[in-house]
Design a protein. Structure first.
Length: 205
């Protein structure tokens, strides 16, 4: 396990929705995903070929999800109980037909649920103390990491091995924003965030 710091001058994020089955990758028009009211930002991940699931938070602060079958959206549904979440969820597909979505709970712990393509597991606590929304990513076969800002401004993270969550580990720092994490296809998770001096910084786990 190792950490490295990378400084960059700029970082932007762009989120779009598209439907295309052609090699030219043209964009489709916006379509409604249902009539339910959603607050915050959704997070989407591939379940399997042609199938995508998006997680979000509704007005009651419950986790809701919406499945795209390849031709239509199924509508927003409360799928993991009525436990309160206090952040946007972050969802990551494992490439084997399952998607994990993590969020911050009412007590600032990490809570997560797993979609197997048909049903969701109950929203359960993985512990920890989160001071931002988490960012989750698959970084190795069967392993999904979720990271967030810690109370002291560092990066706190835990990974799920398909059965249990690891103990939380913290990288010290003075960050001001939630991280954005991604696997690198080499067994590492790269998480980027903003330091107090407004520089972009990242660490590799």
């Amino acid at each position: 396990m190792f950490y490295r710091t990378i400084c960059r001058l700029g970082m932007v994020a762009l989120c779009c929705f598209a439907m295309s089955r052609s090699a030219s990758a043209t964009w489709g028009g916006f379509v409604t995903m249902g009539t339910s009211a959603i607050i915050g930002d959704p997070s989407c991940a591939q379940v399997s070929s042609g199938k995508v699931v998006c997680g979000a938070r509704n007005l009651q602060h419950a986790f809701v999800s919406n499945v795209f079958s390849g031709t239509a959206w199924g509508g927003w549904k409360v799928t993991s109980g009525t436990s309160v979440i206090t952040s946007n969820p972050s969802c990551a597909g494992d490439g084997s037909g399952s998607v994990l979505c993590g969020a911050r709970s009412a007590t600032s712990t990490l809570v997560a649920t797993v979609f197997n393509g048909t049903t969701w597991t109950p929203l359960t606590s993985a512990g920890g103390a989160l001071y931002s929304e988490p960012s989750c990513t698959v970084f190795a076969a069967g392993k999904t990491l979720c990271a967030a800002r810690s109370a002291a401004g560092g990066l706190t993270s835990s990974f799920f091995n398909g059965t249990v969550w690891s103990a939380f580990k913290t990288v010290t720092g003075k960050t001001t924003k939630a991280p954005a994490c991604s696997g690198d296809s080499a067994g590492n998770a790269i998480c980027a965030t903003i330091e107090c001096n407004q520089r972009d910084s990242s660490c590799s786990l």
